[in-house]
Design a protein around this ligand. Structure first.
Ligand code: PLP
Length: 391
C-alpha cells in the first residue's frame, strides 16, 4: 500500500486499469462491477455518450466560475426543474456539499421569515448524509463524529427519531423545528425503506406546522430506483432535495433542487462554490440526464430491479440460515445477511463480483443502471455460489 496517502480508507488491494460497461479490468482479471463506484457510474464505465460529451466540452471551455453566466449550467438547471417538483437549482461538487447547502438553505428560509429560532432539523436513525462537520451531525453513526466536534455531546441542531414511528416524530416537533430531512431509501444505513403512510403523514405534518420537507437523494436519485427521483414513488413532494453521485456518472457534481418560496431566501453572496456547476461538469451531467430520464430507460431499471430482487428472494428461501431479507427498489438493492457482510463481499470478490457493504449487516447491489440481463444472471449465480460455500 502507498505510504503517501492518508490512511482514512480501508482500501482493498486491487488496482483497476480500465473499465467498460459493467466490467472493471486489472492487469490479469476482469470483475463484474455491482458497486458502480458506490452508486455513481450509472451508465457504466467508459460510456461512449459521456465520453463524447466530456470530449466535446473539454475542447470548448472547462471553467469560468460563477462570476459569469454558464449556458450548460442554465440548461441543466432547467432540465432538472422540468423533470422534478423544483423551480430552482444550485450546483456544487459532491453529496456532502449538497447536503451542507440544504441545511443552510433550510435555516436561512426560516430566518428570512423572521423565525430566528427555527434551526432544528429532524433526522432519522440509520441516516447518512456525508462526512463534513454538519453532515456527520445529521448522520446517525457515532463513530463518524468521534473526536471531530468542537463540543462533546452538543445540541448541534438535529433531533433524531425512529423511522416509521410517526407518533414519536410528531412529539419531537416544536416551535424550533425547521425541517424534516431523510433519505427516501437509506443507502449506507442498510437499504431501509419506509411505509407510504410514513411519507404521507410526514408531508401532512410539514404542511400543518409550516416546516420544510427535505430529501437526501444523493444515493437514491438519478434513476437509481427506476424513477428519476425516488420521492416520486412515495407520494410526498418535498420542498428541497440534494443530488450527487449518479448525476455526473463519475464526474464530480452535486446539486440542490428547491421550490421558489425556499429559493427566495438565498440572494447574492449567501452561498457559493468556485467549481460548482462549471461547464465541464454540467455538460457531462446533461448527457447523463438525457439518457436516464428516458421513459424506456426508467422502465428497464424497474424491470431489471424487479427481476434481480425476485431472483434474490428465491435464493433467500434456499438459505434461510444465511439470508434475513432482500430489500430496496429498482437497482438499489440490499441483501440482509445473518453472517459477516465483510466475509461475504470478500468471497464474492474472489469470484470476481464487486459488492458494497452497508450498515446493519446489509450487502448492497448497485450495478450500473444500464446493466445487461445476462450480467444480472451472472451476479445471481455468483451470489448463490457464495452462499453455497458458506452453508
Ligand atoms: N447523502 C447520502 C444519502 C449518501 O449516500 C452520501 C454518500 O454516500 C452522501 C450524502 C455524501 O456524498 P459524498 O460522498 O459525495 O460527499
Amino acid at each position: 500500500m502507498n505510504n503517501y496517502i492518508l490512511p482514512n480508507y480501508n482500501r482493498i488491494n486491487l488496482k483497476f486499469i480500465n473499465g467498460k460497461g459493467s466490467w472493471l479490468y486489472t492487469k490479469n482479471d476482469k470483475y463484474l462491477d455491482f458497486s458502480s463506484g458506490i452508486a455513481v457510474n450509472c451508465l457504466g464505465h467508459s460510456n461512449t455518450k459521456l465520453i463524447k460529451a466530456l470530449e466535446f466540452q473539454s475542447k470548448k471551455l472547462w471553467h469560468t466560475s460563477n462570476l459569469y453566466r454558464i449556458s450548460e449550467q442554465e440548461i441543466l438547471a432547467k432540465k432538472l426543474c422540468e423533470y422534478s417538483f423544483a423551480d430552482k437549482a444550485f450546483f456544487c461538487n459532491s453529496g456532502a456539499e449538497a447536503m451542507e447547502a440544504v441545511v443552510k438553505i433550510i435555516r436561512r428560509y426560516h430566518y428570512m421569515r423572521g423565525d430566528y429560532n427555527r434551526k432544528n432539523i429532524i433526522v432519522l436513525n440509520n441516516a447518512f448524509h456525508g462526512r463534513t462537520l454538519t453532515t456527520i451531525q445529521a448522520g446517525s453513526n457515532k463513530f463518524h463524529r468521534e473526536g471531530f466536534l468542537a463540543k462533546n455531546n452538543c445540541d448541534c441542531g438535529f433531533s433524531r427519531v425512529l423511522s416509521n414511528d410517526i407518533a414519536f416524530l410528531e412529539k419531537k416537533i416544536n416551535k424550533n423545528t425547521a425541517a424534516i430531512l431523510f433519505e427516501p431509501i437509506q443507502g449506507e444505513g442498510g437499504i431501509n425503506t419506509f411505509s407510504k403512510s410514513f411519507f404521507k403523514n410526514i408531508k401532512q405534518l410539514c404542511k400543518e406546522k409550516e416546516i420544510l420537507l427535505a430529501f437526501d437523494e444523493v444515493q437514491s436519485g438519478i434513476a437509481r430506483t427506476g424513477k428519476l427521483f425516488s420521492y416520486e414513488w412515495f407520494g410526498a413532494v418535498p420542498d428541497i432535495i440534494s443530488l450527487a453521485k449518479g448525476l455526473g456518472g463519475g464526474f464530480p457534481i452535486g446539486a440542490v433542487l428547491m421550490v421558489d418560496k425556499v429559493s427566495k431566501c438565498m440572494g447574492p453572496g449567501t452561498h457559493g462554490s468556485t467549481f460548482g456547476g462549471n461547464q465541464l461538469a454540467c455538460s457531462v451531467a446533461l448527457a447523463v440526464i438525457k439518457e436516464v430520464a428516458k421513459k424506456s430507460f426508467l422502465s428497464k431499471v424497474q424491470s431489471n430491479g424487479t427481476f434481480l430482487k425476485e431472483e434474490l428472494k428465491k435464493i433467500k428461501k434456499k438459505f434461510p440460515n444465511l439470508v434475513s431479507s432482500i430489500k430496496g427498489k429498482g437497482l438499489l438493492i440490499g441483501i440482509e445477511l445473518k453472517i459477516s457482510t465483510q466475509k461475504f463481499c470478500i468471497l464474492a470478490r474472489e469470484k470476481k463480483l464487486l459488492l458494497v457493504p452497508a450498515a446493519n449487516n446489509v450487502v448492497r447491489l448497485l450495478p450500473p443502471l444500464n446493466v445487461k440481463k445476462d450480467e444480472i444472471n451472472m451476479a445471481i449465480k455468483i451470489i448463490q455460489k457464495c452462499l453455497e460455500d458458506l452453508s
